[in-house]
Unconditional design. Sequence first.
Length: 148
Amino acid sequence: MERSLVLIKPDAIQRSLAGQIISRLERKGLKIVAMKMLHMDKDLAQRHYAIHKGKAFFDDLVTFITSSPLIAIVFQGENAVQIIRQMMGETDPAKALGGTIRGDFGIDVGHNLVHGSDSPQNACQEIDLFFSAQEIFDYDRDLDTWVY
Ligand code: DAT
Ligand code: MG
């Protein structure tokens, strides 16, 4: 079953939107298999966003993501990566459709509330950065007979 790394970013925590964002993903039918709160340090931020190194916004992105605690979650489900990307909306909240997390709650690209992996392969790498194997839970939910 596919997994995606979701970060409830510092702006979402500061704005008390964590519960609403997690709730949307949970109600969709996605299963939480790992979750922790942490304050990302510069080293972890640079590794997580390594693909963006050298871009004009990279330093601001690292400063923002390390500015305050966040919540890291692994969601599991069929097509979890694509489903979460759709529910997040476009990177720039100004362009994100209503009904998406960024479209409903954000204005500025530098404060777009949530991260979700962009491919199953990147999801595996990102999950490894944040969680050990023992921190990821393998369990059954009775309701999955009604989700699938
Ligand atoms: P996404 O988070 O939708 O996967 P991304 O991987 O292209 O987007 O970029 C990572 C983060 O960097 C994004 O969530 C917000 C920030 N960012 C991206 N493009 C930006 C830009 N043009 N100006 C400022 N910040 C930007
Ligand atoms: Mg990305």
